[in-house]
Design a protein. Structure first.
Length: 202
């Protein structure tokens, strides 16, 4: 709906080990910037007839909430928010894969490798290993937060060593949802508090 059909190149999708990238020769309304696109804005499709067809089919709204809905869907699914890069006639949107998903893929790949060696691979074993890995990471994060409540996500990732900053963010959100930790104050200048219930759940 927003692409420039004067550009002959098709929409491109690239799949990497840790992310998915989609390219589209999109055209934003005149004077719009990426900041404008990511903020609240009115609907202004580049191809209004196509947009009307999609609206009648029930695929879109007419409020200009497409980008917001993408971010909301990622948050609801518990995965990292997408990264958007825009230049005139050149829009990239990158979806980093969730750390938990990457852990599962690594375990499956590792399981296949060991299966070729030993001839025995169990899905249950792989699942248990992934769960143990996640639990171990969670315990490490809780331990670090107890010692360094004002630590940043980047510093946490550096201390853990085997996890990205997005991975740290994912685990922190899970811990907050579980009630094991809470954030006191803003992102900058605030600190983490490990709840008393953590000791019983560990």
């Amino acid at each position: 709906m927003h692409r420039d059909y004067a550009v002959g190149a098709p929409v491109q999708i690239r799949v990497y080990e840790n992310r998915l990238k989609i390219w589209n020769p999109a055209v934003l309304p005149e004077g719009w910037t990426l900041e404008h696109l990511l903020a609240d804005h009115a609907s202004s499709p580049y191809n209004p007839f196509l947009a009307n067809a999609f609206f009648r089919a029930g695929e879109i709204e007419t409020w200009g909430r497409g980008i917001q809905r993408i971010f909301e869907a990622c948050r609801e699914a518990g995965v990292p928010e997408p990264i958007i890069d825009y230049k005139p006639n050149d829009l990239w949107i990158e979806f980093p894969f969730a750390p938990a998903y990457l852990d599962i893929i690594r375990e499956k790949t590792s399981g296949k490798t060991s299966g070729k060696t030993s001839g025995k691979t169990s899905g249950k074993t792989s699942g248990k290993t992934t769960q143990k890995t996640t639990q171990k990471t969670t315990q490490k994060i809780i331990g670090i937060l107890r010692e360094h409540p004002a630590i940043s996500r980047r510093e946490l990732a550096t201390l853990l060593g085997d996890i990205t900053e997005n991975g740290v963010k994912y685990h922190l959100e899970k811990l907050k949802t579980s009630g094991l930790i809470r954030r006191i104050g803003p992102d900058r200048g605030g600190h983490w508090q490990v709840t008393s219930s953590t000791s019983t759940k560990e």
